[in-house]
Design a protein around this ligand. Structure first.
Ligand SMILES: Cc1cc2nc3c(=O)[nH]c(=O)nc-3n(C[C@H](O)[C@H](O)[C@H](O)COP(=O)(O)OP(=O)(O)OC[C@H]3O[C@@H](n4cnc5c(N)ncnc54)[C@H](O)[C@@H]3O)c2cc1C
Length: 537
């Protein structure tokens, strides 16, 4: 059932077994699963069925750390997430990939690493998450996708660098796709325009969620169990702003809420020339695949390859995860196509470096890299408040020279391996190439917009952009001095509060987060279905 909060009476109290704050990928998946399992569920969503400027403005906040840049432009806190039903999936790119085995392991060279659960613990949940994300299944082996789609595998695979496959669900706005299910469920009430401003608690137990509407109503939700699923930044903000039981914030006995804010470091990273013709490399662009089974049969999603450092290499070389994607184009006969700028000399130099052989395919190199966890990279509260008097979020995102060094060495490793296999040559210039977002994915074109030449390249200061992936702010750890939630995603020290979303990731890894967020939400649904009947209010 979908209900507008402003249609309820002032001071109305909503009762249910489980109350979820936030209707994005995590909240919607969890709510529908719990309701299907027989629970009475309230889903409190700040936004409505579409964009609303006053609601979106609640996401405004201070960004005092590294600039949040994408394609060279800087964005603000209210531009990197969306605040209506479906949350930021209303414009995510749909790239799905599971976390890798190395992500779950403790790595001694990192200050903080390791999950309290194993890679294999998530296998059954990835299998279920595929349908929720509207992709074929949880098969991500490039070899299997080669068989299924006929797309040739990339021309390199060894113990250091190997292809990985993405399934791409696009568009896949969770609010729209599951709106009818949310409306039809008799056990589920989705309250729209319900802004949760405080979780009332006595230091050990949450008693209610306090709700405000932009029209001035005050409501409350009471439940056996509460789940905060409001996104990687807001999850921390809401805990920090909920100070009834602890002035430093709910679940914040060890000053960890909001710390370890982690992004995926993204950069256009140079260009390369492959020996193989474009037709053989089409897997880097990807193809459409039709889903043949399940509730989304008939829908189409994408599949494409990238190259990645293997888990084995990341572990043995004491480094962090890194993936490289390619936007391909033909080099026309004669001189390379050049829309303007300095590209010809660069490409010419590369051509002559390739031992007289005439390679036929040029590629932009785009890198996505894991960031080391850093306790000083964090979400806190701003001195400015929103219209409800709730302090706005203050983001102090930090990355370190070690992160840039890892990007550079990871890219060099990929380039060396591709070169050693005789598959091509790369010119690595992280942050130096800026491909226009609208154009760079068009097959057959090779458009270039250089922002710096290799000579100007600064190995310690090259620009690093964001992936829009907000992780680890309530990280998972068995020991309450190392993380905010336990292995079941329950907040340490609070007996009826759980967290959902990428804030619970113990490390960020390099895989795109949402498929993993959905898998963890399904795991949490199973857990709550078994424990909530035993909780007493
Ligand atoms: C441009 C872009 C591209 C992306 N592409 C990808 C991709 O290809 N692959 C990938 O894996 N990820 C991608 N992402 C990230 C992806 O969108 C997020 O990982 C995902 O949406 C997180 O889901 P969530 O449910 O945790 O949070 P959200 O989707 O952010 O949902 C949170 C919900 O909580 C609600 N809310 C917030 N505060 C409150 C409150 N106080 N009270 C009530 N409700 C509240 C919000 O309105 C929202 O609906 C992309 C993001 C962006 C911006």
């Amino acid at each position: 059932m979908l209900i507008r909060a402003d249609s309820l009476d002032d001071n109305h109290v909503i009762e249910s077994d489980v109350c979820i704050v936030g209707g994005g990928a995590a909240g919607i998946t969890l709510a529908l699963e719990l309701a299907a399992g027989g629970m009475n569920v309230t889903l409190l969503e700040s936004g409505f069925l579409d964009f609303d400027a006053a609601t979106q403005d609640l996401y405004r906040g201070d960004n005092v750390g590294e600039p949040l840049t994408v394609l060279g432009g800087e964005v603000d806190l209210d531009e990197i997430r969306l605040r209506w039903l479906g949350g930021t999936t209303n414009h995510w790119a749909g790239y799905c990939r599971p976390l890798q085995p190395v992500d779950f392991q403790r790595r001694d060279h990192l200050e903080v690493s390791g999950w309290p659960i194993d890679h294999d613990d998530l296998l059954p949940f990835w299998a279920r998450a595929a349908e929720w994300c509207r992709i074929t299944d949880s098969e991500f082996s490039p070899a299997v996708w080669q068989e299924r789609s006929g797309m040739k595998l990339p021309p390199i695979s060894n113990r250091v660098v190997a292809p990985v496959a993405f399934q791409i669900a696009f568009p896949m706005p969770f609010g729209e796709v599951y709106r009818d299910d949310l409306a039809r469920s008799t056990r589920l009430r989705v309250i729209l325009g319900a802004n949760v401003t405080n979780l009332a608690d006595d230091g050990r137990h949450v008693t209610s969620a306090e709700i405000r509407t932009l029209g001035g109503l005050r409501l409350r939700a009471r439940s056996e169990a509460f789940v905060v699923a409001s996104g990687g930044i807001e999850n921390a903000r809401l805990l920090l702003a909920s100070t009834d039981g602890n002035p430093s914030g709910l679940g914040n006995n060890h000053d960890l809420v909001g710390r370890y804010f982690t992004e995926h470091l993204q950069s256009y990273a140079g260009f390369g020339l492959f020996e193989a013709p474009l037709e053989d490399l089409v897997g880097f662009h990807g193809e459409d695949v039709e889903i043949t089974r399940g509730r989304h049969a008939g829908s189409v999603h994408g599949v494409k390859y990238a190259l990645a450092l293997t888990s084995e290499h990341v572990a043995s070389a004491n480094t962090t995860g890194l993936e490289v994607q390619f936007a391909l184009g033909h080099l026309p006969d004669g001189v390379p196509y050049q829309p303007g700028g300095d590209t010809m000399a660069e490409i010419g130099a590369l051509l002559s470096a390739v031992a007289g052989e005439r390679p036929s395919t040029a590629a932009y190199v785009q890198v996505l890299a894991e960031q080391r966890l850093n306790p000083d990279s964090r979400v806190t509260l701003s001195s400015e408040s929103d219209p409800f008097g709730m302090p706005r979020a203050r983001l102090d995102w930090r990355h370190t020279p070690q992160d840039r060094a890892a990007i550079l060495s990871g890219l060099r490793t990929v380039a060396e391996q591709v070169g050693a296999a005789g598959a091509g040559r790369f010119q690595i210039i992280p942050g130096g190439v800026h491909a226009d977002a609208a154009d760079h994915m068009i097959p057959g074109e090779f458009l270039s917009l250089y922002r710096s030449s290799p000579e100007e390249f600064d190995p310690l200061g090259f620009p690093v952009g964001v992936g829009f992936h907000h992780m680890c702010t309530t990280r998972m750890a068995t020991d309450p001095t190392e993380g905010v939630v336990d292995a079941d995603c329950r907040v340490h020290g609070i007996d009826n509060l759980w967290m959902a979303g990428s804030s619970v990731f113990a490390t960020g890894g390099v895989a795109t987060p949402t498929f993993n967020i959905v898998a963890l939400a399904l795991r949490l649904a199973d857990h709550l279905t078994s424990v909530v009947p035993n909780l007493s209010r």
